[in-house]
Design a protein around this ligand. Structure first.
Ligand code: ZN
Length: 337
């Protein structure tokens, strides 16, 4: 299944199931396909808390499809990020290619950091470049959504705790992070990564959550990042900047869940973003940073892509820029087809 979230008439996110470009709402599943009434108005995190392996939802969906139930066209809904996670745990330096591009040794254990729900935005929503950075960068990543609560789980059963996957962009401020190529001589970063990784809008997630059974093995997925610059010699064209495979991960999904849950209990709807391959802007020569007007896109094979315009701290973008065009299409969904 592919699970999305959309805003209801009260502007609250609720979960729905994608089928053929339409969304079957939980409310309609409760009304006509036997889903428990209590699940009808939940968001994705709430749904996972009640139905952690999604078995009830899957049964109801099968019934709905047998009955020929048709959902609401996606274009008629205000789709948002698939979920607002309780916890977001990031993993640094987890792709061999990304470690090598920095000339670092392969780490002997995962390096964990945190982001919070203030960072989450959906497909198409602006990523704000705050006034606190001049060195904004993208990181294409596989996001893992926890279903069943995971506390001190062994490697062998760790995957039983995965509900599904999302494409994610671990947007990072390289100067705050302390990356040398982003710093003027003598300047220093924050010393830790909270502002660098956790600023508002620094985590596009989407476009939907693909359930674990539908995606299959997460260890052999192509993972790509694109940048459409607003200025410079390549202005306006979409350029592939990251092109890796999740097979390059140093610590795989099961290892990460086992490692994290040894000390941090993972709850339904928590998200682990699992690291990025090479090609990020800060390690290009010369470095390439994101500026207002740019557009970034992250795609994970089998999941889809999440595309976001970069806007300035006051919300503005240069007129005519790729970001301005994307935002105009978003405000006028009929015109965008
Ligand atoms: Zn990252």
């Amino acid at each position: 299944m592919r699970i999305v979230a959309y805003l209801d008439e009260l502007d609250l996110p609720v979960a729905g199931i994608l089928a053929d470009g339409r969304v079957i709402t939980l409310a309609s599943l409760a009304e006509r396909a036997g889903l428990r009434e209590e699940l009808a108005l939940l968001d994705v995190r709430g749904l996972l808390a009640e139905d952690d392996d999604l078995a009830e939802t899957r049964t109801a969906m099968a019934q709905a499809l047998r009955d020929g139930m048709r959902g609401v066209p996606v274009a008629q809904l205000r789709i948002v990020a698939p979920l607002e996670p309780g916890k977001i745990i990031g993993v640094g330096w987890n792709y061999r290619s990304h470690v090598l591009e920095q000339g670092m040794p392969i780490p002997d254990r995962p390096l964990l950091f945190a982001k919070f729900s203030n960072a989450v935005v959906g497909d198409g929503a602006p990523v704000i470049r705050p006034a606190t950075t001049q060195a904004l960068d993208l990181e294409a990543e596989l996001g893992v959504v926890i279903g069943r609560r995971a506390r001190r789980v062994p490697l062998e059963t760790a995957m039983d705790h995965v509900a599904g996957y999302v494409a994610s962009n671990d947007v990072s401020a390289r100067d705050l992070q302390g990356s040398k190529p982003a710093l003027a001589p003598g300047a220093r970063g924050d010393g830790q990564w909270l502002r660098a990784k956790g600023s508002d809008t620094f985590l596009p997630l989407g476009p939907s959550m693909v359930t674990a059974d539908e995606l299959g093995d997460p260890a052999a997925l192509r993972l790509r990042g694109w940048h459409t610059p607003a200025a410079g010699p390549d202005a306006g064209g979409e350029h592939l900047v990251q092109d890796g495979t999740t097979g390059d991960m140093i610590f795989g999904v099961a290892e990460l869940i086992a490692f994290i849950s040894a000390s941090i209990t993972l709850e339904p709807g928590d998200v682990v973003i699992t690291g990025t391959p090479s090609g990020v802007g800060v390690f290009r020569v010369p470095p390439v940073f994101l500026i207002p007007g740019d557009v970034v896109r992250v795609e994970v094979e089998g999941i889809g892509s999440v595309t976001n315009p970069i806007v300035d701290s006051d919300g503005s973008v240069p007129p005519g820029s790729p970001a301005a065009r994307l935002l105009a299409g978003r405000d006028d969904p009929a015109g965008a087809g």
